[in-house]
Design a protein around this ligand. Structure first.
Ligand code: SF4
Length: 362
């Protein structure tokens, strides 16, 4: 930790780690950047600003009554925070210590970086919260199903699978784009909507490519239960051996009529069978349940979701995500009610976590 003096004579602290740079001007003014000079976060004493690689940012504030306010910021607005942070870090004293890190932060161009991001990725609308600070690699783009009525993440977008050699070129482009900031990202998220939606041989090849380009990082991805059920147990074991360690399954609800109404392809029976197969093959699993369903379905949704969750054989290392629908009038209340009935799972080592899709930025 370095102690420096700013232009007004105040002492500020600078922390230079292998993965990031943090500047603490006071308890209510803290910045952090990755090792490529991109602003990651800013805390002003009451609000937390998180910025993703896309340039989008989220502002989270705890209100005086301990509630939470979340606001997404457009890139142009987020850029003003980037510029202010750049001004704040402009202390020649630390340039002498680490000129490369200093120059990368000081002369980082957010508009140019966004352009590079768009060229490589297009759009990453969603991934699970535990994939935050992963390297996202798009083996596929979009969602092959794209019909669930509650989901518009990929609405209007075509679906395509990248053949392995195209996927390799994409992974190499991501590595170049991330530069030294890749050190911060300890896992790979294999996008987009269904990691097992591609053929067995291609998925094996994709996993090999991911571990060659980003070594020593376990892979994870979203997964449709029906796609798991198409695999032989030996395929699941082979994917596991090749580095696919965790999958997140959108179960959404245990109440089948609601899933039929939502045009969900995988049903509760599929989810139960798929999770059993995955656990048997050594995966850790995240299961996503939605909250904020219409009042006429609420009682059945809570009861059937509880029943399904306890059938899944979840244990140590597994996750249950409770995700309020956006928009919904009672999403948070229903998520709390689900948390209450599912709490006994925690005794088995299952973590139950909130999944607020408004806070996801890559
Ligand atoms: S399968 Fe998943 S990503 Fe595709 S439409 Fe349904 S919820 Fe959305």
């Amino acid at each position: 930790m370095l102690r420096l003096t700013d232009s007004e004579g105040s002492t500020i602290s600078l922390d230079l780690t292998p993965t990031h740079v943090a500047l603490m001007c006071s308890e209510s003014e803290i910045y952090s950047w990755d090792r490529s000079g991109r602003l990651l976060s800013y805390f002003d004493g009451t609000s937390h600003f998180w910025r993703g690689l896309s340039g989008e940012a989220v502002l989270r504030r705890t209100t005086t009554d301990h509630g939470k306010q979340v606001r997404r910021l457009a890139p142009a607005y987020a850029d003003t925070v980037v510029r202010e942070a750049q001004q704040r870090c402009a202390l020649r004293q630390w340039r002498d210590v680490e000129p490369l890190a200093y120059d990368r932060i000081r002369y980082y161009d957010p508009a140019q970086d966004r352009q590079s991001y768009r060229t490589i990725y297009g759009r990453i609308p969603i991934f699970p919260p535990d994939a935050y600070l992963s390297v996202v690699l798009q083996a596929t783009v979009g969602c092959a199903w794209n019909r669930c009525t509650f989901c518009d993440f990929y609405r209007g977008e075509g679906y395509r699978v990248r053949p392995p050699e195209q996927f390799r070129a994409h992974a190499v482009a991501v590595r170049e784009f991330l530069g030294d900031s890749a050190l911060l990202r300890k896992r790979v998220f294999l996008g987009d909507a269904d990691v097992m939606g591609v053929g067995t041989k291609w998925l094996e090849k994709d996993l090999q490519i991911a571990s060659e380009v980003f070594p020593d990082r376990p892979c994870q991805g979203f997964c449709e239960a029906v796609s798991v059920l198409r695999r032989k147990s030996t395929d699941l074991q082979r994917f596991r051996m090749l580095g696919l360690a965790r999958v997140a399954i959108g179960a959404e609800s245990g109440h089948d009529p609601l899933l039929a109404l939502w045009k969900k392809r995988s049903r509760p029976g599929d989810v139960a069978e798929a999770v059993t197969a995955l656990k048997h093959a050594g995966y850790s699993v995240g299961v996503i349940f939605l909250a904020g369903v219409p009042a006429e379905f609420e009682a059945a949704h809570l009861a059937d979701t509880e029943r399904l969750a306890f059938r899944l054989g979840l244990g140590e290392g597994d996750l249950v995500y409770l995700s309020p629908l956006v928009p919904s009038v009672n999403g948070v209340e229903q998520a709390n009610a689900l948390h209450t009935v599912l709490r006994p799972l925690e005794a088995n080592g299952v973590r139950i976590a909130a999944y607020d899709i408004r806070q996801i930025v890559y």
